[in-house]
Design a protein around this ligand. Structure first.
Ligand SMILES: C[S@@+](CC[C@H](N)C(=O)[O-])C[C@H]1O[C@@H](n2cnc3c(N)ncnc32)[C@H](O)[C@@H]1O
Length: 295
C-alpha cells in the first residue's frame, strides 16, 4: 500500500488514541509541538488567519482561536475531523474544520500562518515540494510557516534500528558534522547562519522505508535541520527559529512501561525550560521549524 493510503488508513482508525495522546496530562508530544508554534503565532495580530494542515483532533486550531486567530484545521481522516468538531463544541471554540487532503484543497483566502505538525513525514519528497510551494502561494506577505519534523540527528544517539540504518546508508559522519554545528553554535543567529551554509552541500540519502515504531506506516521521513531548511528556503521562505521537541534520548530500559511516568516528567521539564535551546537539538526526536516568507 502506498504511503498516503497507509497513513489515511492508520489515522482513520486512531482518532480516539490521538485524542488521548493530545490530552495526556504528564507529557504530550502534541502539546510540546504546539508550545513551539505559539512562539510563532504570538508575533501576529488578533484576527490573523491560521491554516493547520493534518490537524488531527484539532487542539492547535482550537488553542489558536482562543488567542484571537481565525483558524481552520484540515485533515483527510474524517474520524479526526469529527473528534475535532466535538472538541470545538465542548470548548465553545470558533475554530473551523474541514475534511480533505491538502493536495486537493483550494483556499479562498491567504493565511498569515500555515502550520503542519506531524505531517511531512507522511508525504513523499515530491509532495513535500508541492506542499511548500502551496505554502508560498497561500501565505500573506511576511506570512509564516511552522513545520514539525522528525529529527534525523536523533538517530545518532538512540543506538537502535534507526542508528543501524544510518550506518548502512553511510550517513553517520554527515549527521555527526551537523550535530557538531548545533552543539557548538554560540547564538541562534550564528546557528541559523551555520545551518544555511551547511545545507545543500551534503544532501543526505533518504531510505524509502523506515523501522516501524508505534505507527503502522512504512515510510515516515525524518529530516535534519539543515536538510529541511534547504527544502523550505528553496520556496521563498527564510528560517527564523528551530525548536527542539520531545527530549527522550534514553535506553529502552528507561523508556519501558515501569519508568514511563518518570520519563514523561523529564521530557516535560526539559522541554519547558529548553525549547529554544538549539544546542540541544540532537537530543530531541523532533523539532519545529519556523520560517517567514521573504519580502
Ligand atoms: C501524526 S497526525 C498529527 C495530527 C496533529 N497535527 C497533531 O500534531 O496532533 C498526522 C495527521 O495528518 C493527516 N494527514 C496526512 N496526510 C494528509 C493529507 N494529505 N491531507 C490532510 N491530512 C493529512 C492524518 O490524517 C493525521 O491526522
Amino acid at each position: 500500500m502506498k504511503q498516503q493510503e497507509q497513513t489515511k488508513k492508520f489515522f482513520k482508525g486512531h482518532a480516539a488514541d490521538w485524542q488521548n495522546k493530545a490530552t495526556d496530562e504528564i507529557y504530550s508530544v502534541i502539546n510540546d509541538r504546539h508550545r513551539a508554534v505559539h512562539h510563532t503565532l504570538s508575533t501576529f495580530a488578533n484576527g490573523s488567519r491560521l491554516l493547520d494542515v493534518g490537524c488531527g483532533t484539532g487542539q492547535l486550531a482550537i488553542e489558536a482561536s482562543s488567542k484571537g486567530f481565525n483558524s481552520l484545521g484540515l485533515d483527510f481522516a474524517e474520524e479526526m475531523i469529527s473528534q475535532a468538531e466535538v472538541n470545538a463544541v465542548n470548548q465553545k471554540s470558533n475554530a473551523k474544520f474541514k475534511t480533505g487532503s491538502i493536495f486537493d484543497f483550494v483556499p479562498k483566502e491567504k493565511y498569515h500562518v500555515i502550520s503542519a505538525m506531524g505531517f511531512i513525514e507522511y508525504i513523499s519528497l515530491e509532495q513535500l515540494d508541492n506542499f511548500l510551494s502551496f505554502c508560498n502561494s497561500n501565505t500573506t506577505d511576511r506570512g509564516a510557516i511552522s513545520i514539525g519534523s522528525r529529527n534525523r540527528l536523533f538517530n545518532l544517539i538512540t543506538f537502535n534500528e534507526y542508528t543501524e540504518l544510518e550506518k548502512k546508508l553511510g550517513t553517520i559522519d554527515q549527521l555527526f558534522e551537523e550535530a557538531s554545528i548545533c552543539v557548538s553554535s554560540k547564538s541562534n543567529e550564528e546557528f541559523i547562519t551555520a545551518m544555511r551554509e551547511y545545507m545543500g552541500s551534503t544532501l543526505l540519502t533518504q531510505n524509502d522505508s523506515h523501522p516501524i515504531t508505534g505507527i503502522e506506516v512504512g515510510t515516515r521521513y525524518q529530516f535534519t535541520p539543515s536538510d529541511l531548511m534547504h527544502k523550505i528556503e528553496k520556496h521563498g521562505f527564510k528560517v527564523t527559529n528551530i525548536y527542539p521537541v520531545h527530549y527522550h534520548a534514553f535506553h529502552p530500559v528507561i523508556n519501558s512501561d515501569n519508568f514511563l511516568t518518570h520519563r514523561k516528567k523529564i521530557s516535560e521539564m526539559v522541554s519547558e525550560n529548553f525549547q529554544s535551546e538549539f544546542r540541544c537539538l540532537p537530543n530531541a526526536s523532533s523539532f519545529v521549524m519556523e520560517a517567514v516568507k521573504s519580502a
